[in-house]
Design a protein around this ligand. Structure first.
Ligand code: PMP
Length: 360
């Protein structure tokens, strides 16, 4: 077997054990003589898979009873529309925080449906810093506050859940959900595309508090309507069954590994090692103000940008895949999701040191 270390930002590395289990189940799931991909979503078999995944997710995140876990399609991008469509029904206004390219896309979409108040904007600081919360400008009345705790592209993260007057709190957790324990009760709604820490692309998780299901705008398409989706247990139409099943395998893997506390420790160690290598080098640099550095996505540049291709080629030859930074920012980016082992970071740091000795 020749699996290499994969630092892709998403779709990202999945645990090898999970893929092996999927391989074992592929043709014949638990002696039923068919694949999960070939099952009716209404079948007892799939209903069992779906229920187990939901229960495991609730256990991992200690999700309180008054929340619905929706397993939907459309990616986090569909949620950029679904959130305002479902939640802007009271004042027609919402507060948004702009910390990077993903928040700005959420903002752009929300503006199509209502009034968006920009609470604070990291763009003038190239998304590497942000005004302190005391300076954020909240609306008098807003239907919700939206932010992106971890910006996958810029590697900008808000470590603390902000204490904001606008409620409820809504978060795009695409690249951070399940990377550490989380107090779900602080949020009205959390959404995340699966293709980082959860499972394959095509599945999106939405955790939404019961009292937020009844303030939708009249025009919400049925496929985005939280109340309808919740009432139909995410089976209003055919759900992404295979992604749901694979996410279930990931949840079981997380439980076997010891849960989100263990993930948090591992992820902290991985990120610390990589940032230490960057900061200690004089050859590599990360532009984000240290208090906002992401534990999941670590962008970095080389002192001489003309060496980027040589760096990437050498990395690939060393079995280190997908280190090219997002096309909008350039440079490198290493994503350190749960399924990226510590050994991968050790190998990356070793390679970076060697490259610096040769070219630095
Ligand atoms: N938000 C964040 C934080 C993301 O990282 C991404 C994808 N990388 C998206 C939204 C968009 O997700 P999707 O492509 O699943 O719509």
């Amino acid at each position: 077997m020749s699996r290499r270390y994969n630092f892709c930002a998403g779709p990202a590395a999945l645990p090898t054990e999970v893929l092996e289990q999927a391989q074992q189940d592929l043709l014949d799931w638990q002696g039923r003589g068919l694949s999960v991909m070939e099952m009716s979503h209404r079948s007892d078999e799939f209903q069992g898979i779906a229920r187990q995944a939901q229960e495991d997710l609730c256990e991992l995140l200690s999700i309180p009873d008054q929340y619905h876990c929706l397993f939907v399609q459309g990616g986090a991008t569909a949620q950029f529309s679904a959130v305002p469509l479902n939640l802007m029904g009271l004042t027609g206004k919402a507060d948004y925080l702009n910390t990077g390219l993903w928040s700005s896309k959420a903002i752009e979409e929300a503006r199509r449906f209502g009034e968006v108040n920009l609470v604070a904007d990291g763009q003038p600081a190239s998304y590497c810093s942000l005004a302190p919360i005391e300076q954020w400008r909240f609306s008098e009345a807003a239907d919700y506050f939206h932010y992106t705790p971890n910006e996958t592209i810029g590697g900008f993260e808000l470590n603390e859940i902000p204490e904001v007057p606008s409620a409820p709190l809504v978060a795009d957790m695409s690249s951070t959900l399940l990377s550490r324990p989380l107090d779900v009760s602080r949020f009205g709604l959390i959404y995340a595309g699966a293709q980082k820490n959860i499972g394959p692309a095509g599945l999106t998780l939405v955790l939404v508090r019961e009292d937020l299901l009844d303030r939708a705008l009249a025009v919400v398409p049925r496929t985005l309507h939280y109340r309808l989706i919740a009432d139909h247990h995410s089976m209003l139409n055919t759900p992404p069954t295979y992604g749901w099943y694979l996410a279930g395998l990931v949840f079981q893997w997380l439980k076997r590994e010891g849960g989100l506390g263990v993930m948090a420790e591992r992820n902290r160690r991985k990120a610390d090692k990589l940032y230490a290598a960057i900061d200690g080098s004089g050859f590599y640099a990360n532009p984000v103000e240290p208090q906002y550095r992401s534990r999941m996505n670590v962008p970095f540049t080389l002192a001489d940008g003309t060496l980027n291709d040589a760096f990437l080629e050498g990395a690939e030859e060393s079995g280190l895949l997908n280190l090219r930074g997002h096309r909008s920012v350039g440079g490198m980016r290493a994503s350190l999701y749960n399924a990226v082992p510590e050994a991968a970071v050790d190998a990356l740091v070793g390679y970076m040191n060697e490259f610096e000795r040769r070219y630095g």
